[in-house]
Design a binder for this molecule. Structure first.
Ligand SMILES: C[S@@+](CC[C@H](N)C(=O)[O-])C[C@H]1O[C@@H](n2cnc3c(N)ncnc32)[C@H](O)[C@@H]1O
Length: 253
């Protein structure tokens, strides 16, 4: 599943893990989400209670890049949220730390309530695989959470390349996603998505010309009855070349 998910949901029968993404059908993924309620529980696969801890973890992660509202941190000018759903992250975090937020989300009913909201600038009702940045758009922060599993490996690399092309100097791209428990990619036919392994993510970032500057596991995602969720990792990425490059070779912000 692209959402936070019980590891027992994983379909390990799913074929050749090396080619798990080949089974993704973007239209099937969108069809699945059309049938999901436009609320936090819908976005989080029934685990709405984890949203507070999740958002706090994200806020702490961004603070490590100097982004935030606390003293000593800065509010950036422009952010993009990819696969934003109802705007749980946009409303719960990005609108606090960015003056303007653009949103990409294929399911129009999810973004309906974001229309006209202060700080929400442009809404693209498109899949990330279809999205092209608007002419002249530049972002300081691009956030993608629990959605890139809907893209094939090639689509993800191409999308990240587009993100890279519109990242301001000093900007950062964040991917926050489930990691598979086995290390192999797992295809889930229910929502036509893959859960990728940590190594696969890192290889795809490299392929997109991005440098991993920080990776952190989201802690504290407790579930009632101790149901075990997939590990959720936050990855912060900057272009290998260009303004963001630090010559020290140290993988730090
Ligand atoms: C688990 S929800 C996460 C929503 C939001 N990122 C959050 O964390 O609350 C997955 C989202 O991915 C969206 N999605 C499905 N296919 C997509 C695609 N091809 N490109 C972008 N988003 C997609 C769904 O419509 C849904 O809003």
């Amino acid at each position: 599943m692209a959402s936070p998910s019980d590891t027992s949901d994983a379909d390990f029968s799913s074929l050749n893990p090396a080619a798990a993404d080949a089974a993704i059908n973007n239209a099937d993924g969108k069809k699945y989400w059309e049938g999901i309620n436009a609320d936090v529980d819908g976005m989080l696969g029934g685990f709405a209670h984890i949203t507070k801890v999740d958002l706090q973890g994200s806020r702490n992660f961004l603070a490590k890049f100097g982004i935030g509202t606390r003293s000593g941190l800065r509010v950036v000018s422009s952010a993009l949220e990819g696969g934003a759903g109802i705007g749980r992250v946009t409303e719960g975090l990005l609108l606090d730390v960015a003056e303007n937020v653009d949103v990409v989300e294929p399911i129009a009913k999810f973004t309906a309530a974001l229309q006209g909201k202060k700080g929400v600038r442009q809404i693209f009702n498109l899949g990330l695989e279809e999205w092209q940045p608007a002419e002249g758009a530049q972002y300081d922060l691009i956030w993608n959470q629990w959605c890139v599993g809907h893209l094939t490996d090639d689509q993800l690399v191409a999308y990240l390349g587009r993100c890279k092309s519109v990242l301001n100097p000093g900007g950062v791209i964040v991917i926050k996603e489930n990691n598979s428990t086995t290390g192999d990619d797992i295809f889930d036919p229910e929502d036509s998505s893959v859960t990728r392994g940590d190594d696969k993510f890192r290889a795809l970032f490299k392929q997109a010309g991005l440098r991993l500057v920080k990776a952190e596991i989201q802690r504290g995602l407790q579930t009632p009855g101790g149901v075990k969720l997939f590990t959720v990792r936050m990855y912060a990425l900057k272009p290998v070349d260009g303004y963001n490059h630090n010559n020290s070779g140290i993988s730090m912000p």
